[in-house]
Write a protein of this length. Structure first.
Length: 703
């Protein structure tokens, strides 16, 4: 038998083990091996039932994602055909689902007439996260098994369903007592089926999935959900496929699903989301560290500063059971910080995401102090104080005195030079940047700033720690603003300038949200604080602002005390969280344009798109060239997870690749030549972009 499956006949049972590490992805070789094994079992008169299981415990994580977009994806035997054939075998098949059955893996299990899990089993149809829909019968077979509503919910959310819930829903028929007993229990189940003369496939609980579903179910679902889908294609295709399950007999429904799947697979959105999937896995691979790099134990964490940021950071550790001590200068600030954390957890309790007991457990892991001496036994200290170099350096001098040898000393700075912070300590090898994004307990991005002298084991430990608290850690070198905020700078600069030239904040934001960004740049600045943005800009003015018009609108709003949402006024006016255009801001832009001799004119949306996006992309390419970012996929992850860039566009670098690097370069040159002095000052193409285009490259890499 092929080495990708194990095959054994025992006691009238054929045991077929999937053996393609690490996750039994159903690529062509495994599909062929599985089909052959099933045919062999079917034609062996000694076999009366078949058990399919994961040879290493894990059942199957679905189709092989590396095949999508290539001929291998549907190479014979293709997955839908293999699974259709399995449903037509005349012996009962039992899927023994250890650990995971995702996507095509769950579809394989659904093609089996019977399914058994174990207590740790999780099942799901996460294809939507790859811009796809289940394409091997899942959209037709799951509604017939558990009903339309639950099936649609699983496919639209892409969420993993734990074992107990899978049992309640009827996705699995029973659970083994433990993972170790799964195979034995599956065999027992198969023998029971033989003994009772059970059919190869039992009848489906929802054979007519439309029955019992309200006539306006799909219509209402669409009205409620569609606004959240923005311009994403996959949810719409999932929806159509599930509708087909209600309208068409199985065979026609499967044909419809296949057509929709192929449409999704060929889409740019799916290509982008697949790029993101692999970028997330690549991001963990960092030159100079590997599995043999030693790790430092992190059993206790300290956070300096109990403000919104410090509190949010602390919650991440309490959430995974690590004790955290918060340090503040004043008792009342400490109390406020701890109260705020309790309130935030309280919201999760109200939403049913956390129990009261869990809230108390987490609060019990959090303690406060006003005394640096209490930080002596911390393994990791994260500083989250005011964003000013001298203040942070003072904190690090103190940490150097009080912390135990080997403690990792991290700064949460968003723009300062981590080398200069490390330099005030006697142990720069232990210092690293850990840039969390606000709200730090929610946002998934963690920029890990690898300073000049940061030790390899410090980097390896923080990357692992980042993943263990559910973040996506991305390594950045030291520069102003690291990857994310450095790219934000030219992007925000263009947005400001466009308003001077005649656009409105709402128009600029509208172009960006029209691309499906979570929010436009002005809404974001109002949320983050016009003051915060001003102070960072002001501290770096000499280095970055060599033009009088540079972010002048933001400077003036700061001078007027219009700090954004928190003061009810910024680039917009606010009533609560409701945002309104403010004609005073337009009048201010008109006045500033007059003073600065900027000619006002109607600005079209295409220009807004090009100037904001191309400058963002250009800076990203420059960061790659400088080695600040290790790869373009890392830059994409930063902007998707920290700045709300839509994953279905793949991040700004992937967006540029899909858009055409030559077109991006031509656009930058166009504005360099058409915007006079301003254009000549700011629209300089990154040398790497020029080299890539000259070399005829269509993907962004260092050359
Ligand atoms: N195809 C190809 N490779 C896969 C894969 C898949 N379905 N799933 C995981 N891998 C690879 C990863 O790329 C990674 O490779 P490297 O070590 O070379 O980087 C390796 O397996 C291990 O993966 P992770 O690092 O992600 O390991 P993990 O333990 O953190 O997570 C997992 C495991 C939960 C299975 C996660 O990998 C995952 O979510 N995989 C994708 C599952 C999925 O989306 N399945 C649906 C596929 S589409 C489909 O099935 C369409 C259909 O209807 C036919």
């Amino acid at each position: 038998m092929n080495s990708l499956v194990t095959y054994q006949v025992e006691d009238n049972l054929a045991l077929i083990g999937l053996a393609r590490p690490p996750v039994n992805a159903l690529g062509q070789p495994l599909r062929a091996a599985l089909l052959q094994a099933c045919e062999q079992a079917n034609s062996d008169p000694a076999v009366r039932a078949i058990v399919i299981f994961g040879a290493s415990g894990l059942f199957c994580a679905g189709a092989d994602i590396t095949e999508f977009g290539s001929p291998a994806s549907f190479a014979t035997p293709n997955l839908p055909d293999v699974l259709l054939r399995l449903t037509r075998l005349d012996k009962p098949l039992v899927a023994a689902i250890g650990k995971l059955a995702l996507g095509g893996g769950l579809e394989l299990a659904l093609a089996c007439g019977y399914r058994i899990g174990e207590p740790q089993t999780r099942v799901g149809l996460p294809e939507i996260n790859l811009g796809l829909l289940p394409g091997a019968g899942g959209t037709q077979r799951l509604p017939r098994l558990i009903g339309v509503q639950a099936a649609l919910e699983m496919m639209i959310s892409g969420a993993q369903v734990p074992a107990k819930r899978a049992l309640e829903l009827g996705i699995v028929d029973r659970l083994a007592g433990s993972a170790e007993h799964l195979l034995a229990s599956a065999c027992e189940y198969a023998r029971e089926l033989i003994a009772s003369g059970a059919p190869a496939r039992p009848s489906e609980p929802f054979a007519d999935p439309a029955k019992g579903v309200a006539a306006d179910f799909f219509e209402r679902y669409c009205v409620e959900q569609e606004p959240r889908w923005k311009s994403r294609l996959a949810p719409r295709l999932v929806f159509s496929a599930v509708q087909a399950a209600c309208l068409l007999p199985l065979e026609q429904g499967l044909a419809r699903e296949l057509a929709l799947f192929k449409q999704a697979e060929a889409s740019r959105q799916s290509e982008a989301l697949r790029h993101v999937f692999f970028a997330e896995r690549e991001a963990g691979k960092v030159p100079g560290i590997d599995a043999s790099t030693p790790l430092r134990p992190i059993a206790k964490v300290a956070v300096i500063g109990a403000g919104t940021m410090g509190g949010g950071i602390a919650m991440n550790f309490a959430n995974v059971g690590i004790p955290v001590i918060l340090l503040e200068r004043q008792g009342d600030a400490l109390d406020r910080g701890l109260t705020q954390i309790r309130q935030t957890y309280g919201i999760s309790v109200k939403r049913g995401k956390l129990s009261e007991a869990q809230l108390e457990q987490r609060m019990a892991l959090l303690s406060g102090t006003l005394d640096y001496a209490d930080l002596a036994d911390a393994d990791l200290v994260i500083e989250a104080v005011f964003e000013k170099l001298q203040i942070k350096q003072e904190v690090f001098r103190t940490l150097d005195r009080v912390c135990k040898p080997g403690a990792i000393l991290a700064t949460n700075t968003s723009s300062l030079d981590v080398d200069q912070i490390a330099a005030v300590t006697s142990r720069p090898q232990d210092v690293i940047g850990l840039h969390f994004f606000s709200p730090a307990n929610v946002m998934r991005l963690l920029e890990v700033v690898n300073a000049r002298e940061t030790a390899a084991d410090v980097l390896a430990t923080t990357l692992k720690m980042g993943r263990s608290i559910g973040k996506i850690p991305v390594v950045s070198g030291v520069c102003f603003g690291f990857i994310g905020n450095r790219m934000l700078e030219p992007y925000a600069r263009e947005a400001h300038r466009l308003v001077l030239e005649g656009a409105t904040p709402a128009q600029v934001d509208g172009v960006l949200t029209g691309l499906d960004l979570n929010m436009g740049v002005f809404t974001m600045l109002d949320l983050a604080g016009v003051d915060v943005n001003f102070l960072v800009r002001d501290a770096n003015r000499a280095a970055i602002a060599h033009d009088d018009s540079y972010c002048r609108l933001g400077d003036e709003l700061y001078a007027l005390g219009r700090y954004g949402q928190k003061t009810g006024r910024g680039f917009y006016q606010y009533e609560g969280r409701e945002r309104h255009n403010d004609y005073e801001v337009i009048a201010l832009a008109e006045r500033l344009a007059g003073e600065l001799h900027v000619t006002r004119r109607p600005v079209d949306d295409g220009e807004i798109h090009a100037r904001c996006l191309f400058m963002l992309i250009n800076e990203g390419i420059q960061l790659l060239d400088e080695g600040i970012a290790l790869r373009s996929g890392d830059i994409d992850l930063v902007w998707i997870n920290g700045y709300g860039f839509p994953a279905h566009l793949g991040g700004p670098m992937h967006y540029a690749e899909q858009y055409g690097l030559d077109k991006v370069l031509a656009g930058i040159r166009h504005y360099r030549d058409s915007l006079g002095d301003y254009g000549r000052m700011w629209f300089t193409p990154a040398p790497l972009l020029e080299r890539l285009v000259a070399a005829g490259k269509t993907t962004i890499e260092r050359i």
